[in-house]
Design a binder for this molecule. Structure first.
Ligand SMILES: [Zn+2]
Length: 474
């Protein structure tokens, strides 16, 4: 069989791998949006389309989890002729629905804007293939109808001699590693995809589970050369920042957070602090309509959360609703927070401060020396989050240089990814002498090379860092 790396190769986003068996059964593992791609080489794409292979020839898609960089290109696969099934866990389907619908809403907004400008557009802009990527709600609905839900640990048959099992990955609600068994010429070959690997002791989520023994392992490497700096529990770390921002001085704490995953971890932590009597009586604004929908999905699937969260849910009847928490719905309400002058906490998206309501909260407070902006996730280069997290003393806003007077600080206790210790632990569950190859994906290139080196030192010299488009015979 043949495995080709079509995304998250020597970069983080755009996860997409094509596995083709000798019997011509073709599985696409993840179908993510590539946020890092700058240029498009038309020769890379089949028939002027959006994929480097025939979408109609793919028999099945398997989703490791719902994040946009793993699912965001699915509707385009359908538009180009894919007619197979999409396999995922129940929670992944619910979260994917939210993510793709949100993405379609943004696309429709962009398309409308472009139609207005249509007459002014040059021929060159009209040919921009990025425009072709903008799917709408109808295509999202059609995509979701093709999904088939699978339980964790349930071994299902995809085709003759091809089986799939989801193993909990602890990265996001519903996230799994994939264990794929393929029988070829009387021999069974086992291939393991890590998906995004979660960490131990996350708020809400269960710990990642070990991958069964495999012949080939495809492993993410987001934190391939780094260790988490976490000092205490999420409650300890968050409370320390709240005290220095909202108790010692009458300030406001602004937390940029992804609506799905990170916001739930943050709200749950604040809720726990409130129930323990540690939270000062200040108002907390959760300002993201998408996060509100995501909260409901986390509660719907509360039996898939860790024991502590399940107990908490049983005792309090809710994970995310508590006294002093205000769920902000309209844009008008969101803007009105600027006129609230008491100490408060604002949790809003996007996590990288690129788009979303967080932008105006950050912009209006950059010069407020009583404000703290707490970064809790990863920001990629080119975003305001990246500039703040990397110690800039001034940033450009609306073509004006703005001096930063707010305090910028960060914690990584909410990171959804395993660090180098976690990644090595995951690989070490495999016997090196039985493992034919490890393919390193989903990381910044330098991190991948560092991780490859760490693996070699740990007794796994068989790791490769495949290029986009590179194929391997398994
Ligand atoms: Zn992810």
């Amino acid at each position: 069989m043949k495995l080709t790396f079509w995304g998250a190769s020597r970069q983080v986003t755009g996860s997409m791998y094509l596995l083709e068996t000798k019997d011509d059964y073709r599985i696409l593992i993840d179908c993510g949006m590539d946020m890092e791609r700058k240029d498009i080489n038309p020769e890379d794409y089949v028939g002027g389309g959006l994929f480097p292979f025939e979408a109609s020839m793919v028999n099945a898609v398997i989703l490791t989890h719902a994040h946009l960089d793993h699912t965001g290109f699915l509707p385009n696969l359908l538009r180009e002729g894919f007619e197979g099934k999409i396999y995922c866990t129940h929670a992944t389907l619910d979260l994917t629905k939210l993510i793709l619908e949100d993405s379609a809403s943004l696309n429709q907004h962009r398309l409308k804007k472009l139609q207005k400008k249509d007459k002014k557009r040059t021929e060159l802009q009209k040919k921009d293939s990025r425009l072709k990527e903008l799917y709408v709600h109808k295509q999202v609905t059609e995509t979701l109808e093709m999904c088939v839900c699978v339980n964790f640990a349930q071994r299902i048959k995809l085709a003759k001699g091809v089986h799939l099992t989801f193993v909990p990955a602890g990265h996001l609600l519903g996230a799994g590693h994939l264990y794929i068994e393929v029988e070829e010429e009387g021999k069974t070959k086992r291939i393991g995809f890590s998906g995004d690997l979660g960490r131990y002791d996350s708020p809400l989520l269960n710990d990642p589970e070990e991958m069964p023994e495999v012949d080939y392992l495809i492993c993410e490497s987001t934190y391939g050369s780094r260790y988490h700096k976490t000092k205490g529990t999420p409650e300890d770390e968050v409370l320390e920042v709240i005290k220095s921002t909202c108790v010692d001085v009458p300030g406001r704490l602004i937390v940029p957070a992804f609506s799905i995953g990170r916001t739930q971890a943050m709200l749950y932590t604040l809720h726990k602090l409130q129930k323990q009597g540690h939270l000062p009586p200040i108002r907390i604004f959760s300002d993201s309509p998408l996060a509100l929908k995501s909260n409901l999905i986390y509660q719907k699937h509360h039996k898939s959360l860790n024991t502590e969260a399940q107990e908490f849910m049983k005792t309090h009847g809710t994970l995310f609703d508590f006294e002093n928490l205000v769920q902000v719905e309209s844009d008008k309400q969101s803007k009105a927070i600027s006129n609230y002058h008491e100490p408060c906490i604002i949790v809003s998206s996007s996590g990288m401060i690129q788009g979303g309501r967080i932008e105006h909260h950050v912009r209006t407070n950059l010069q407020n020396s009583h404000a703290t902006i707490l970064m809790i996730g990863f920001s990629s280069e080119g975003t305001l989050g990246y500039e703040l997290a990397n110690g800039k003393t001034s940033v450009e806003i609306n073509k004006k240089e703005v001096e930063i007077r707010a305090r910028i600080t960060s914690i990584d206790v909410f990171s959804g990814h395993a660090d180098l210790n976690g990644l090595l632990k995951f690989v070490k569950a495999q016997k090196s002498e039985k493992l034919q190859k490890i393919f390193i994906v989903h990381g910044e290139y330098n991190n991948m090379l560092a991780y490859q080196q760490h693996l070699a030192e740990a007794g796994y010299p068989q790791a490769e860092v495949p290029k986009r488009g590179q194929s391997f015979e398994l």
